[in-house]
Design a protein around this ligand. Structure first.
Ligand code: NI
Length: 169
C-alpha cells in the first residue's frame, strides 16, 4: 500500500541537496514512485520530485491530465535545450512553496531523456506543459527552486512568510 509522504517546505535546506542518479531499478524504487504519486495527488499537484519528499534520488512523478488519471514516472530525467527554442512564460506553482505563483520563462523546445521504472531508456521532444513542468522538476533534483528565478527581495519576502506560517502550525 502506498503511503503519503511529508513534503519539505522552502526554505528547508534539504531542498538544496543534489539528487543521486538511480542505478537500481528494484521494488523500493517502484514503492517510492507509488508513494510520491499518492502524495502528489493528495496535495493536488501536477508534479513532484523525490527531493521534495527528502529522498535524494533522480526520480520525478507527474500527471498533467485533466482527469488526473495519467500518472507518469521519470527516472534519471535530463534535457538539452534545442537551438531553435523561444522563451515561454508560464505561471508556475510548487508544492514546496505553498501559496505562491511566479511567472517564469523557460525554453520551449527541449529534447528530454529519461528511464522508466524498469530502466528502459526513452527520449522525446515534449510539447506544451510537459516542457516547462519537467524543467521545474529537474531543477528540484539539482537543488534549485522556483524562487531562484525571482529577485532576492521577493525571495526573502516569500521566505519570511513561509517561516511565519510554519511557526503558527
Ligand atoms: Ni516544485
Amino acid at each position: 500500500m502506498a503511503k503519503k509522504l511529508k513534503i519539505l517546505i522552502f526554505p528547508d535546506p534539504r531542498l538544496r541537496k543534489v539528487a543521486e542518479k538511480v542505478l537500481k531499478f528494484d521494488k523500493s524504487l517502484q514503492s517510492l514512485a507509488d508513494d510520491m504519486l499518492l502524495t502528489m495527488y493528495d496535495a493536488n499537484g501536477i508534479g513532484l520530485a523525490a527531493t521534495q519528499v527528502d529522498q535524494h534520488v533522480r526520480l520525478v512523478v507527474m500527471d498533467l491530465s485533466d482527469d488526473r488519471n495519467e500518472p507518469r514516472i521519470f527516472v534519471n530525467p535530463s534535457y538539452k535545450v534545442l537551438q531553435n527554442h523561444d522563451l515561454f512564460e508560464f505561471e508556475e506553482g510548487c508544492l514546496s512553496i505553498p501559496g505562491f505563483n511566479e511567472t517564469i520563462s523557460r525554453p520551449d523546445k527541449i529534447e528530454l531523456k529519461w528511464q522508466d521504472i524498469n530502466g528502459n531508456e526513452h527520449n522525446e521532444e515534449p510539447e506544451g506543459l510537459l516542457t516547462v513542468c519537467i524543467q521545474h522538476e529537474i531543477d528540484h533534483l539539482e537543488g534549485k527552486l522556483m524562487v531562484d528565478y525571482v529577485s532576492a527581495l521577493k525571495r526573502d519576502r516569500i521566505r519570511s512568510k513561509l517561516l511565519k506560517d510554519f511557526k503558527r502550525k
